[in-house]
Design a protein around this ligand. Structure first.
Ligand code: PXP
Length: 240
């Protein structure tokens, strides 16, 4: 099975917003990523709109010929926006205004009552729901109870640990991917992935999709976006 690459373009918008105006344009970045081998585009409409804006989502929905995965907090406002645009997929993430990025997985097990109606409403509109969780059996069980077809495992801990601890975290992710797949849930993974650390995650056979942003956009400064996406694609394909 080939491994899908979702390119997260949030930080194209971060650079644009540093000066206002329209440059660099996230839609242009999405087109370049698609041409270089991205299977999907991911964008996180944060509650504080620090990077991607409402207009970006509308423009991406109009322009994209590959699926859009909308990352969103579990709020009434974000649910309304997702239902209006009907992206291919919606990934529910925990969100804290003070954090620099999504720092941990969603506590799906502790929020069944809040998440249930949101997962149901999105699913009813044909939007593929994913829950961004830690690689933890309790959270996978919660995803099963909620009827979410996809989970995305947070690889931030894996990415930031060094070797011995990283090997243990890799095993945790591999076990979680096997458990999810065995129970009919499609496992994805993402956060903090780079050229140097992607291979062991990409080699986990049950994982179907990786979502990668910050590193690819940063690396594009040196080798271009086409170059960074192409290289990531090669590493992922080679790992299979
Ligand atoms: N997946 C999810 C659910 C995320 O929230 C993020 C960060 O926005 C990513 C993947 C991509 O992480 P990174 O930007 O570190 O590659």
């Amino acid at each position: 099975m080939t491994l899908r690459l979702g390119v997260n373009i949030d930080h194209v918008a971060t650079i644009r917003n540093a000066r206002g105006g329209v440059h660099p344009d996230p839609v242009t970045a999405a087109r370049i990523a698609a041409a270089a081998g991205a299977d999907g585009i991911t964008a996180h409409l944060r509650e504080d709109r620090r990077h991607i804006t409402d207009q970006d989502i509308a423009l991406l929905m109009d322009a994209l010929t590959i699926p859009l995965n909308l990352e969103m907090a579990a709020t009434a406002e974000m649910l309304e926006i997702a239902l209006r645009h009907r992206p291919h997929a919606a990934c529910i993430v925990p969100e804290k205004r003070e954090e620099r990025t999504t720092e941990g997985g969603l506590d799906a097990a502790g929020q069944l009552e809040t998440l249930g109606p949101i997962v149901d409403a999105l699913s009813k509109e044909g939007i593929r729901v994913s829950l961004f969780i830690e690689p933890d059996p309790r959270q996978i069980e919660a995803a099963m109870r909620l009827g979410a077809p996809v989970v995305e495992f947070h690889t931030g801990r894996y990415a930031h640990l060094d070797s011995a601890d990283r090997a243990a975290e890799l095993r945790r992710i591999a076990d979680a991917a096997a458990l999810a797949a065995k129970n009919g849930i499609e496992p994805h993974a993402g956060h903090g992935l780079t050229f140097d650390n992607v291979t062991p995650i990409a080699a986990i056979p049950q994982i179907v999709e990786l979502n990668i942003g910050h590193f690819l956009i940063g690396e594009a400064i040196f080798i271009g976006l086409e170059g960074s996406v192409t290289r990531m694609r090669e590493l992922m394909d080679h790992a299979r």
